[in-house]
Design a protein around this ligand. Sequence first.
Ligand code: SF4
Length: 455
Amino acid sequence: MSDLVPQAVNVPRDQFEFELLPETDQSFENALAKARDGERLHVDDAVVLLTTGTDSDGIDPVRKEAVLEAADTHRAETVGEEVTFVANLNNNVTTACNTGCLFCNFKDTAHRFERDNPADHGGFTKTPATSCRIVSEAVEWGISEVCSVSGLHPALALDEEHLEILRADANDPSLDFKPPEAYETDPGTYCEQLRAMSVDGLHVHSMTPEEAAHARRGTDWSYRTVYERMHAAGLDSAPGTAAEILVDEVRDVICPGKIDTAEWVAAMEGAAEVGLGLTATIMYGHVENERHRAEHLRVVRDLQDRIGAITEFVPLSFVHHDTPLYNEGIVSASSSTVEDELLIAVSRLFLDNIPNIQSSWVKYGDELGLKMLNCGANDFMGTILSEEITKRAGGRFGEARSVTEYVEMIDAIGRIPVERSTDYRRRHRFDPADPPFGPVLGPKADGTPMLELVS
Ligand code: SF4
């Protein structure tokens, strides 16, 4: 066997006494053969492919390359040589949040946003009018999607009816509610924000399962009801973020204030019942082990077998800088490059019912992000004209990516650059020999390079 490549050593394996461990009797050769033959993989197969089946900690580089090659071949056979991206804007409404996830530095404790609190909280809250102005400008630049994921601001309610229900129970601390007038800036309701961002028929991608849970707190409304009202207000699809690791013994460590796995799945099912498109994510590289990662993939695949609404899977490596997990010494690093590669590859091989696997350049950076496109990924995220979440956690990447950069980078690795709509149904291929390059799918897109318009 070749020398092993060390994995990122975040935490001693026994620190949390997890019940699920990355141990299996499955052999690497059997699992790889199943993957190459296109057989549906078992969780044990995923574990042995993610670990490369060695007896000690570390990744076998030769076996790793075999897994990446199988995934890349499978990618080529299923979705071909196109690399897609979406022309989009991130418009996050607020950083106020009391949930206290240990991997997050996006939130700012909500009481700091109150009118009578003189401290500078360093965060932001946008009114619906502000969201509308920002999104309207970006529509002129040519975007086809606005993506919005926010902190769980205590004043945010689904709509006016929900706000009245919460006001009547304002003294119940379990509701995490304070009336909008207590805050320096009123975020409005979720439905008001959605209406404000729904400009010129732009695709609005928003309302994670966690936000949907916040939007029904204190009621017995079903997730279907909540998503129906949001859909009527302008919501077109929902990001399956807030997934982190869909295993409760991991959630109990990194995000004990969040909904559990069953609730996350129920919210996704409610959104699918309304006919909304969905994505799904995994946030890995903190305290979890490879069995947790494999189990997460199983939860997502089982869900997709039932709902069929998930268009893409998005692996997100944990950005550890400036997070409580790192600052409190619980983790000392994030995932290693080889773990990132294997996670992308095994996602492609395991998720046989989700066509698109995304490489996030915000998380991986350009070089590794491009490499991921040869490990099983076929989507390269979006232009994200504003990126606040990763930057606030100390991430080194972020900001924005122009269509011109996309075309050049994707062409440089011998693939075909394609602008896509959020649901992947509308596509526009670019000819690298025929500049200039600008978005064409947005309601006001006409092929004009977008960042030149911004500057
Ligand atoms: S991850 Fe989301 S819910 Fe958790 S603390 Fe951060 S903003 Fe709040």
